[in-house]
Every structure is written in C-alpha cells, then in structure tokens.
Write a protein that binds this ligand. Structure first.
Ligand SMILES: [Zn+2]
Length: 248
C-alpha cells in the first residue's frame, strides 16, 4: 500500500477544517498570523514560545480569550488580537488550530485529526454552558491530568494515521504512541487511562477495524478515498464500513 501524497493529505485537512468552520493555521499561512497564534498559545498555556516556535501543534480553545483574562500574567497582546482580526479569526466563536512544520510535512491529516479532536471536545463542552466550558478550557490549558485525559483520546488519531496512512505495523505505531505518555507528569490513574485508550485502539486495528465511531481520522480517511487519488488497499473495507453504518 502506498501512502497518500502529502499534498493530498494537506488538501483534505484544509477541506475538513473549512467544513468544521475552524481556522487552520499552517506553515503556509502568513508568518505574522503564525507568530500571533504561537504567542497566543504561549500566553494561555504552559507551553513556552520557544517550544511552540520549534514545532508544536495546538488547538486554542474558544474560551482562551477569557481564560487569559483569568490568569494575571497571561494577557493576550493587543497585536495578537489585531492579527487574528485581520485574518478573520473570531477566537471566541471558533477557536483556532495551529499545525507545526514537522506535522505539516509528515502527518498533516493525522495531526489535523488529533487537534480536531480537541476542537470537537471544546464544542461539546460549550454546549454544556459557560461553567462546563470554562472548567474544561482551563483544565485543558493548564492542568496536566486534564490534558492527558484529552490526549489519550486524541492520540488515537495519530495511531490510526501511522497504521492506515503511513503503513506502520500496529505494534510499532502503538509503541510510538504509548511513548507519548512520558511527555506528561501524570498520576497513576491518568497514565492508565491514557495508555488504555491506545491499547484498545490498537486491538481494533489488529482486527482490521478502525477504533471508535465518527472519529475525525475516520472522516479524513473517507475523504482520502473519495478523492479517487488514493488506494486504501487492505483498509478499504474498514474505511467504507463506517459510511454504511453512519449513513444507512
Ligand atoms: Zn493534543
């Protein structure tokens, strides 16, 4: 099986972001805008500007503008707000996804799907009202355990991408995804949750199935196949399977 061309993956990622209505800032976006979003991530999260500039992909939740106001040291610079305005990004309405250069060059679709997972969670908790939304937004941005809880779920997108898009054997992909847990300082419970999500997804992949239902990586794979420019080989049936389930 030949992986889909990176250009095709990028095109599908941009199409999906447009369909979701969430701005996707990539290395091809104007540098001032990338700079603004990187500053924003550094202002509202434990990430430093140097880390973000060196290659971090990130979803900035809709409430980040308010969250920043709650953290005394973190004030979104006026320049950032202005740049977001100029780019037509209404942060409180949509959030924004930032994709790093390494992700855009090597795994644009899987990393988009990962960040979209955070966006979708943001949309879900927003439906629960401002308290739920603020609790999640704050937790996601500043608390390791909440972030890890989220990451275990979203990391499944990367795992599926490694196996189905890049053709990496499941065990190798799982080892790589599991190693991600070391990036967080987790208590035992959070660590178990993070790893369990990945182990369960790997079991599905070994059985030739895609884990979960309605995940963004599954939408992305369907879009790749629908483009007519990629043969999913042994995964064709599994990718097609959800379409029959979701749209009878
Ligand atoms: Zn994430």
């Amino acid at each position: 099986m030949i992986p889909p061309p990176i250009d095709l993956q990028r095109r599908v990622a941009l199409d999906l972001a447009r369909a979701h209505g969430v701005p996707l800032v990539t290395p091809d976006s104007p540098s001032a805008l990338r700079e603004a979003v990187a500053l924003l991530v550094a202002a509202v999260s434990p990430r430093t500007y140097a880390e973000v500039a060196a290659g971090t992909s990130f979803y900035v939740p809709r409430l980040a503008s308010k969250v920043a106001g709650l953290i005394p040291a973190a004030v979104i610079p006026r320049l950032v707000s202005t740049l977001l305005d100029v780019a037509g990004i209404d942060l409180p309405a949509t959030g924004v996804v930032l994709l790093s250069r390494p992700a855009w060059d090597r795994s644009p679709l899987a990393t988009w799907s990962h960040e979209c997972g955070h966006y979708q969670q943001d949309a879900r908790v927003s439906a629960g009202g401002v308290v739920a939304s603020t609790m999640w937004g704050l937790g996601y941005l500043v608390h390791d355990d909440v972030e890890a809880w989220e990451e275990g779920r979203c990391r499944v997108n990367d795992l599926v991408g490694l196996v189905v898009i890049d053709g990496v054997p499941v065990d190798d992909a799982l080892a790589s995804a599991r190693a991600g847990v070391e990036a967080y300082s987790l208590d035992a419970t959070a660590r178990v949750l993070y790893l369990a999500a990945l182990d369960s997804a790997a079991a599905s992949l070994r059985a030739g199935e895609l884990p979960g239902e309605g995940t963004e990586i599954h939408h992305a794979l369907r879009a790749l196949v629908a483009s007519g420019d990629w043969d999913a080989g042994p995964w064709t049936a599994a990718i097609d399977g959800e379409r029959k389930t979701v749209t009878p």
